[in-house]
Design a protein around this ligand. Structure first.
Ligand SMILES: [Zn+2]
Length: 99
């Protein structure tokens, strides 16, 4: 099955997330606010997602930003996936030598 790896973020969104999201989008004119590295100018693509600038728990309106799908992918890619959790550190149990 082709699961989209979308559920990697487990932080629950607040009940009024849709409201915050809509407000942020409106404030940003429904345009991506990121600065493009290649042009040095604001991206201005159609914003399809609202991202947390700081902690994913921080839902203040000023801590949100509107992103186009491309920039949002950049974000989620960075947080989510490439680096799969390292196999557990070899924690040695001093008293528990197997027997
Ligand atoms: Zn963008």
């Amino acid at each position: 099955m082709a699961w989209k790896s979308k559920s990697s973020r487990t932080v629950p969104l607040p009940k009024d997330w849709w409201r915050l999201r809509a407000k942020r989008l409106k404030m940003d004119g429904h345009r991506c606010v990121r600065i493009r590295e290649d042009t040095g100018q604001r991206c201005m693509e159609k914003a399809t997602d609202v991202n947390h600038i700081g902690s994913p728990h921080d839902h203040r309106i000023e801590m949100l930003e509107s992103l186009c799908s491309w920039h949002h992918n950049q974000e989620t890619g960075r947080q989510g996936g490439s680096r799969v959790r390292q196999a557990k550190k070899s924690v040695s149990h001093p008293g528990l030598a197997g027997g």
